[in-house]
Design a protein around this ligand. Structure first.
Ligand code: ACO
Length: 331
């Protein structure tokens, strides 16, 4: 039986480190407020002129090299982002040109914080059905250009950072390895708990000067609603994923969750009785990098030597939409 195995991972974050103190110089916030509410200490911001596909390119190159393959070995590119280079075409097309690969298919997935896991599930379906052998899955975000760095936007601006992570998903016949289970959920009734109004294609024209003046170009969030649903839904999803796969929680080596807020993840780990050293985080250094957060953390964990062949890993995410998703895999 063909299974999908992650054969390579890579990450790239822009070099510019932005501390909480630097943000406090731009808006009415403080290092203490950000640390205690979110666990974030610093994040990376890309320079002017850098797009999500540029960050994705570096992560992709590292993942492909890690897999021992060439860019030309890829059969499909799946690019997850909520901050695409342009509204169209998709960032996957830009990445394809930058990688210099043959005219393989490119698919953008716009599922915010769950984008990487939705993308993995698509890759898994293509691999298991025998359509493709090697798929490049990238999550990349440049949030820093679309954050309101004034007092008005402080509740969101302090939460996000830029970065990219990538994985090569390959067909494998080795018994027992690979993606065991993927689960996808969404509840569009909560679309406006975390959203961006621009652009609104129902308007003619879809945006104007007032869109900038009123701050519509920036994301809006009902933080408490997001927090509550993130905890509830991820706990239910964790339990359901284990139940349908007949997995004992003690057999999971690591949970690699989306990095939205360390308090969300600590609340989940505590309620599920999972020791903190198994429920990983790196939000302190990168903040929330949305579609990139899971592949960045996966790559860091793997390259630090913590993940070995045969380990059971659970990836889990919740975000705007609302959407939530899990992937259980044996390394
Ligand atoms: N600095 C200082 N004060 C702030 C800031 C800031 N950056 N932002 C908001 N405040 C103020 C508010 O104005 C409010 O003031 P008021 O009480 O005078 O009205 C007060 O702080 C709110 O404080 P709390 O009620 O303690 O805030 P809360 O505990 O809800 O924490 C937070 C806010 C951190 C945003 C929390 O709600 C949260 O993390 N929610 C989930 C957010 C999230 O995970 N988003 C992304 C997930 S989905 C995705 O990744 C796309």
């Amino acid at each position: 039986m063909v299974r999908s195995v992650i054969t390579g991972t890579g990450r790239y974050v822009p070099p510019r480190v932005v501390s909480n103190a630097e943000l406090a110089g731009l808006m009415d916030t403080s290092d203490e407020w950000i640390r205690t509410r979110t666990g974030i200490i610093e994040r990376r911001f890309a320079d002017e002129g850098v797009s999500s596909s540029d960050l994705g390119l570096e992560a992709a190159r590292r993942a492909i090299e890690d897999a021992g393959l060439q860019p030309s070995d890829m059969d499909l590119i799946i690019f997850a982002t909520l901050s695409p280079d342009h509204h169209f075409p998709g960032s996957g097309c830009y990445l394809q040109a930058k990688l210099g690969v043959p005219p393989i298919g490119c698919l953008d997935v716009r599922n915010q914080c769950t984008g990487f896991l939705y993308s993995l599930s698509v890759a898994d379906a293509f691999i298991r059905s025998g359509v493709y052998k090697n798929i490049l899955v990238v999550g990349a975000e440049v949030h820093s250009s679309a954050l309101d760095m004034t007092d008005r936007g402080r509740d969101i601006a302090v939460l996000f950072g830029d970065g990219a992570g990538a994985a090569v998903v390959s067909a494998c016949k080795e018994d027992g390895r690979g993606i065991i289970h993927s689960e996808l959920h969404a509840d569009g009734r909560f679309a406006r708990a975390l959203y961006m109004d621009v652009w609104d294609i129902s308007r003619k024209p879809f945006m104007g000067h007032e869109s900038v003046d009123s701050g519509e170009i920036y994301p809006k969030m009902d933080g408490k609603t997001v927090f509550k649903h993130a905890v509830t839904n991820m706990i239910q999803l964790f339990q359901h994923t284990l139940e349908v796969t007949g997995t004992n929680p003690a057999d999971i080596k690591y949970v690699i969750p989306h990095q939205a807020n360390m308090r969300i993840n600590q609340a989940i780990a505590e309620r599920l009785g999972i020791p903190e050293e198994k429920f990983l985080h790196n939000i302190q250094r990168y903040a929330n990098t949305t579609a990139a957060s899971i592949p960045i953390l996966l790559d860091e964990t793997r390259r630090s030597g913590k993940i070995e062949k045969g380990d059971l890993i659970l990836l889990i995410a919740f975000g705007s939409g609302f959407t939530w998703a899990s992937t259980l895999l044996r390394w």
